[in-house]
Design a protein around this ligand. Structure first.
Ligand code: AMP
Length: 174
């Protein structure tokens, strides 16, 4: 899939970061550019209708998620790493390659039947997005779509996330 030029130019590959074997997708240049940030928010929100709320996943998913929410004119809810949110929380633990991780949202964040879009910066294995989708679904809200700026498509996240609809601005095959 051919990415938009502005996006391709704004993403840098950083080998072996934050640990050996990971090729980190650095989008700092995108956020440094007001024009690219604006293009990104338009692209993330494109085609979305009947959305009540956007959920962004800590931490870089907050940037992409809040932009999407603003563009859609809807509210934003943060899915956070453990221990960051006050008050009653809903929590899900999920498996990583080594060990487990956890996402939390504040209980009562959604109205019954809310239609939710989940947004992150990068979808790799899809484990994080799958956990967020499960967490949202357990509250009785409906996940209408999962969106990301980049998707590392060789890692099979789409299969893992099915039947959720997944859209990303750039599906990177290699
Ligand atoms: P996963 O659960 O494997 O889909 O990983 C997705 C989460 O890890 C996202 O929140 C991303 O911010 C982060 N992530 C995974 N792989 C990368 C990568 N190559 N570059 C930047 N962020 C990544």
């Amino acid at each position: 899939m051919k990415p938009p030029v502005w996006l391709e130019q704004a993403v840098a590959d950083v080998p072996d970061f934050p640990k050996p074997g990971i090729r980190f997708k650095d989008m700092s240049a995108l956020w440094r550019s007001a024009a690219d940030t604006s293009r990104c928010s338009v692209a993330l929100a494109a085609g979305l209708e009947d959305v009540d709320v956007v959920v962004g996943i800590e931490a870089r998913g907050f940037l992409a998620g809040l932009l999407t929410a603003q563009r859609l004119g809807v509210g934003f809810i943060a899915a956070r790493k453990p221990g960051k949110l006050p008050g009653p929380i809903d929590r899900i633990e999920y498996d990583l390659e080594y060990g487990t991780d956890c996402l939390e949202i504040q209980s009562g964040s959604f109205a019954p039947g809310d239609r939710v879009v989940i947004v992150d910066d990068v979808i790799a294995t899809g484990g994080t997005a799958a956990a967020a989708a499960e967490l949202v679904s357990r509250t009785g809200a409906t996940v209408v779509e999962i969106r990301a700026i980049l998707e590392l498509s060789a890692l099979g996240a789409r299969q893992r996330l099915a039947p959720h609809v997944v859209r990303s601005l750039w599906e990177i095959a290699d």
